[in-house]
Ligand binder design. Structure first.
Ligand code: DP6
Length: 340
């Protein structure tokens, strides 16, 4: 029998969560079911890219199935199953059995490697938990969001966040990084090269890389040093040191992907031109280091002070080789907010 939300549950809640970009990456799972990663990761939560999600446990017939829309379009198939899976975890924890109506608006180009699953599942987790009457700490929200999409664990927090890999559901969660305001001094120039859907999902791509890439193990071995360097760089407010660790970590990840069987290549000609332009920007005296995720876009880590100037320089540099390129400058953004 289905029960109504517990007393104290507010039935309906709306949450906003911001996208994050990993400077030191998560790529590969030690436990697929619980989404325990092989590596810890470090990210910057962004200001202008976010998802707002409303979860309502009161508007559907008790026997109905969960329903979801994203930007007004009905969600079905695998994406809906992933939403239902997260809702089931929340219902189980709250002791309720009510179907949910989920309404989501994305301010992030979906599936373009701009981590819409991170903001999406962080917002879904926050809204569903509050609507179900749960009072969870940020750490519990991070653990729960992780079950929807690993990178979502980091979007619970603003600024710089570290997701500790851990080795169990209890020990795998994100934390804010104590940075004394350093997150505000760094920004990302996002070069939007192709906002079409990606060819291989992160989920499938990372499984194939772990299972078949002869370079995966060496990337994991180097990863520990990259993360150590990046955290030391944050503590020292040393952007070049952070940038070098981030770029090495991302390029190593993409090399491991390309060595998988069959190969996974998220880079297209525009990505390669953009990576070269970032090197040229550095040679021209800009602080500029590239990172890439499961798509062709290139994100350029730079100082907040010089971000606009670097954006203009890259636009002019790439206007002939990458016609139609869009750019977005993203600064550090806030953590999850939930309203009833
Ligand atoms: C390349 O978090 O989307 O962006 O846990 O399977 O949902 P699942 O994967 P997801 O993977 C993100 C991979 C990445 C790197 C990162 O964000 O750390």
């Amino acid at each position: 029998p289905r029960a109504a939300p517990q007393r104290g549950g507010c039935v309906k809640a709306t949450a906003t969560a911001h996208a994050n970009i990993a400077l030191i990456k998560y790529w590969g799972k030690a436990n697929e079911d619980l989404i325990i990663p092989i590596t810890s990761s470090l990210s910057l939560t962004l200001d202008d890219l976010f998802t707002t999600t409303t979860v309502d446990f009161s508007s559907l017939e008790p026997t109905a199935a969960d329903q979801a829309t994203l930007d007004g379009a009905t969600v079905s198939g695998r994406p809906l199953e992933r939403i239902c899976g997260l809702l089931d975890l929340v219902r189980e924890r709250a002791g309720i059995d009510q179907p949910a109506k989920v309404t989501s608006e994305n301010m992030v180009p979906t599936a373009a490697g701009l981590a819409s699953s991170a903001s999406g599942f962080a917002a879904l987790t926050g809204a569903a938990a509050v609507a179900a009457g749960l009072e969870l700490s940020d750490r519990e929200l991070s653990r729960l969001a992780r079950r929807g999409s690993g990178s979502a664990s980091r979007s619970i927090f603003g600024g710089l966040a570290i997701w500790h890999a851990g080795d169990s559901d209890e020990t795998s969660f994100a934390d804010p990084v104590v940075d004394h305001g350093f997150a505000q001094e760094i920004s990302l120039v996002v070069l939007v090269l192709n906002s079409g859907p990606k060819a291989v999902s992160s989920r499938d791509g990372m499984r194939r890389t772990v299972d078949t890439s002869p370079l995966y193990e060496s990337w994991v071995a180097e990863h520990a040093g990259h993360l150590r360097e990046a955290l030391a760089a944050v503590a020292d407010r040393d952007l070049p040191r952070l940038g070098e660790a981030a770029e090495a970590n991302a390029l190593g990840m993409h090399a491991a992907m390309r060595a998988a069987n069959p190969p996974i290549n998220y880079m297209n000609d525009a990505s390669c031109a953009a990576l070269q332009a970032v090197k040229d920007a550095r040679a021209a005296g800009f602080p500029a280091w590239a990172t890439m995720d499961a798509g062709p876009n290139v994100k350029v880590l730079t100082s907040t002070k010089r971000a606009a100037e670097l954006e203009a320089w890259l636009q002019s540099r790439l206007k002939d080789s990458v016609p139609g390129m869009d750019t977005v400058v993203a600064h550090a953004g806030p953590g999850l907010t939930v309203t009833r």
